[in-house]
Structure formats: structure tokens, C-alpha cells
Design a protein around this ligand. Structure first.
Ligand code: ZN
Length: 136
């Protein structure tokens, strides 16, 4: 079951500069940053009530975010939907002929399990399914 929008992810070229803008210009609550090696990104987290904004900076030219920035110059990258059971959700969507980029969940930030849905299935919108990890 899909529970809520967990986060909105935005691709940026320079994370340090954007952290300053989101924190000091927009005035959002900055929660910290983390490197997610499996996705080759540095991520900064902001919170607006119970929805998060994640800024994604590529860690190198082999990062998927790097090619996205080259093509589009950065901007909205994906929407993450929190699910209660990611394995069940992957199976459910496959049963409805939705294409997935990940057939098996993989590790995201904060020990979450994540899987991406192919943007072809939803008019170019990249959805991430996310099952929360252990908060500790
Ligand atoms: Zn995400």
C-alpha cells in the first residue's frame, strides 16, 4: 500500500551552494547530508512538515544524476512514495504491467529499501518506492 509522498528529489550541480540557498533563502529546516554510494550521489535532506526535499549531487561522471544534469541542467528528478511493504508493491505493480527499473529492492539513504519505477510507465515521472528502514 502507498502511504504518502515521502520526498521530492531535485538534482543539483553544487550541493554546498544549494544547501545555503534552501536553508538561508527558502528558510527550510536542514537535516544533514549523506553519501549514498550505491547511487553515486551526495544527498542533503530538508524537511517541510512530514515531507522531505532531497538535493542530489553526483559524486562523479559515472553517476546517473550526472547524465540527468547534462541533459536537463538539473531540476526535479523523482518523487518518492512511501510504501509499507516494498516487495509486495513491486509484485503488485508488475502484475499491472508497470515497468520497474528495480525488480528487487536496493539500499537507499537512512537504511531504507527503495525501487524505481520506469518513467515510461507514468508520462515521464520517475517514481521511487520506499520502505522506511530502521530509524536507529
Ligand atoms: Zn529518492
Amino acid at each position: 500500500m502507498i502511504k504518502k509522498i515521502d520526498h521530492i528529489a531535485i538534482a543539483v550541480k553544487n550541493l554546498a551552494e544549494e544547501i545555503t540557498r534552501y536553508r538561508d533563502v527558502l528558510g527550510l529546516e536542514y537535516l544533514g547530508s549523506e553519501t549514498v554510494a550505491s547511487q553515486k550521489v551526495n544527498v542533503a535532506f530538508f524537511r517541510i512538515n512530514n515531507v522531505f526535499i532531497e538535493l542530489l549531487e553526483p559524486t562523479g561522471t559515472d553517476s546517473p544524476i550526472s547524465s540527468f544534469i547534462e541533459k536537463k541542467g538539473g531540476g526535479l528528478h523523482h518523487l518518492a512514495l512511501e510504501v509499507d511493504d516494498i516487495q509486495a508493491e513491486i509484485k503488485r505493480l508488475q502484475g499491472k504491467n508497470v515497468q520497474l527499473l528495480d525488480r528487487e529492492p536496493r539500499n537507499g539513504a537512512h537504511h531504507a529499501q527503495i525501487a524505481f519505477v520506469h518513467p515510461k510507465s507514468f508520462s515521464g515521472v520517475l517514481f521511487e518506492l520506499k520502505q522506511q528502514g530502521d530509524e536507529s
